[in-house]
Design a protein around this ligand. Structure first.
Ligand code: NAD
Ligand code: TYD
Length: 342
């Protein structure tokens, strides 16, 4: 079958493409990506010449372009990873988040209605559920937890989820949605917590922890996320939402200390800076449904995954140094220049 993977030049999308091409050699993958600051064509170089892979530079909001591609490729499955994905950027300027994350999703689904598909899968996030209090470790996000967003990013993702369900109910579009916790692993853009701390630590630069660093995230190795999406595509029930998470909650400050330890860097690099506006306190997924219905369980333990990830950033310095030495420097000055040390 032909699978269109949008956002495949980004972090999770590229890992998903590698996983699919390896696991399902009979399938054809068409990667659609507009190559924003977060998209990196060099990531896809290892598969670029494979006969069952095609890269198309295209904005998912470009209706005519998307329709043309559907006419040409006649895909059976769409997996939509394409998104503006960074909370801090959404706080700085929400507009593009609404465009790509909401309008882009609707364009893709309109194409699905027009040309017919077997499955539209929306890659969503646990952030649509808002946050949980730190003093209630008994609480988790379930699939029926009410949507209650905090940031422009999570609100745009939640809006897209609602739209996906509306297309299912109104037009009978065969959709599924997955809501995953924070991912880490190879090819993550160095503006996100883990790769940013690795890159800064290696350069002996300050490690900017927002506030006290007590916020909790539920970290999942990216390949485990990819495996879950693959299972949902092939065995999941149309119209259903699946939460994905590894019961691996950690405080930001502990992650940063761990990175210092593994890289043999002093904790004195840690600098507490002005907190993120509206900062969500705790995310924690209950993955019982995907475990019971599809047999999914995370396979990579955090202590192994974080070591593999740090090693990947050590072995692939050119990949991220090309990023941090370019336009990223302006981003960094803009986002961190005004954060006061606490
Ligand atoms: P990313 O920012 O690394 O990659 C996004 C990709 O989408 C980039 O290649 C970018 O060029 C492309 N893109 C952006 N706008 C586009 C447009 N208009 N048209 C076509 N392509 C466009 O993001 P990621 O971390 O890989 O996240 C992928 C998806 O997974 C997102 O939908 C995100 O909301 C979701 N998600 C991410 C996490 C996480 O921890 N990173 C967790 C749960 C869910
Ligand atoms: P991030 O990787 O941006 O993911 P998300 O906000 O989607 O969870 O951030 C993870 C956590 O790390 C979040 O609580 C914010 C915090 N953080 C810092 O403390 N310093 C930083 O420089 C960054 C980028 C994030």
């Amino acid at each position: 079958m032909t699978i269109i993977v949008t956002g495949g030049a980004g972090f999770i999308g590229s890992n998903f493409i590698f996983y699919e091409l390896e696991k399902h050699k009979e399938d054809r993958i068409v990667c659609v990506d507009s190559l924003t600051y977060a998209g990196n064509l060099s990531t896809l170089e290892p598969v670029m010449n494979q006969l069952n892979f095609r890269f198309v530079k295209l904005d998912i909001c470009d209706r005519e372009g998307v329709y043309r591609l559907f006419e040409e490729e006649k895909p059976q499955v769409i997996v939509n990873f394409a998104a503006e994905s960074h909370v801090d950027r959404s706080i700085d300027n929400p507009e593009i988040f609404l465009q790509t994350n909401i309008v882009g999703t609707s364009v893709l689904m309109d194409a699905c209605r027009k040309y017919g598909i077997d499955r539209y899968h929306q890659v969503s996030t646990d952030e649509v559920y808002g946050d949980l209090p730190l003093d209630r470790p008994d609480l988790f996000f379930h699939e029926d937890t009410p949507i209650h967003t905090s940031s422009p990013y999570s609100t745009s993702k939640a809006s897209a989820d609602l739209l996906v369900m509306a297309y299912h109910r109104t037009y009978g579009l065969p959709v599924t949605i997955s809501r995953c916790s924070n991912n880490y692993g190879p090819y993550q853009f160095p503006e996100k917590l883990i790769p940013l701390m690795i890159a800064n630590a290696l350069a002996d630069k300050p490690l900017p922890v927002y506030g006290e660093g007590l916020n909790v995230r539920d970290w999942l190795y990216v390949e485990d996320h990819c495996k879950a999406i693959d299972l949902i595509l092939r065995k999941g029930t149309v119209g259903e939402v699946y939460n994905i998470g590894g019961h691996n909650e950690m405080k930001n400050i502990d992650i940063v200390k761990l990175i210092c330890r593994y890289l043999d860097k002093p904790e004195s690099l840690i600098t507490h800076v002005t907190d993120r506006k509206g900062h969500d306190m705790r995310y924690a997924i209950d993955p019982t449904k995907i475990h019971n219905e599809l047999g999914w369980l995370p396979e990579t333990k955090f202590q192994d995954g974080i070591k593999m990830t740090i090693q990947w950033y050590l072995d692939n310095k050119t990949w991220w140094e090309n990023i941090v030495n370019g336009e990223y420097q302006n981003y960094y000055r803009k986002m961190y220049g005004n954060r006061k040390e606490m």
